[in-house]
Design a protein around this ligand. Sequence first.
Ligand code: SAM
Length: 198
Amino acid sequence: MLFTGAADAMRRAALAEVAREIRGRDQRQVAVLDVACGTGRFLEQLMDAYPRVSATGADLSPAYAEEAAERLARWPTARVVEANAESLPFADGAFDVAVSIYLFHELPPRVRSIVASEMARLVRPGGLVVFADSIQTGDDPNLDRMLETFPGWFHEPYYASYLATNLDALWSETGLDKEHEMLAFLTKVATYRRAGAR
Ligand SMILES: C[S@@+](CC[C@H](N)C(=O)[O-])C[C@H]1O[C@@H](n2cnc3c(N)ncnc32)[C@H](O)[C@@H]1O
């Protein structure tokens, strides 16, 4: 509703980045983590495209995690865990790609740094973080006024601080290097790589 039906199309901009990462590799050897997977819509897109990828979703909400697990049940290599993104129950470097979609605008500033560090910890050397969330102030000046008024329509206590967050600095502090950035309507997708052989 928030995105007037465009959310799945915008999520696909993140999928394009994951696809770029899988290209030329055996998908069975690729492990993807979706942090705050919600009801699993992104992982469903991923599994539709790459049905043998090893996919893990994590979400704090038991109800969302359950719905995501149901949505993904037909793929044996997909799983969902109920977990806090601040402290995820996976080993260092366990994933080739860690994705997060529409999470960071919901986090208090202090927690944004913790979750970014956690995602950086979980990708292997040479691995990739795919970040997707709301566009920010100045990304499209025609939409600045709408972004400013958005938190007044809904309960979004951290959105205003998100709009002003320097995302590149946030990820740079975790030791990751920026690769790409693109805008997809109301969504910004950016990728950050951990140093090391790919
Ligand atoms: C706006 S929804 C986005 C969900 C999903 N990524 C999508 O694209 O539909 C934000 C999600 O973040 C989850 N969430 C919020 N704080 C979290 C945390 N600390 N750890 C894990 N998940 C969290 C919520 O339960 C919710 O599913």
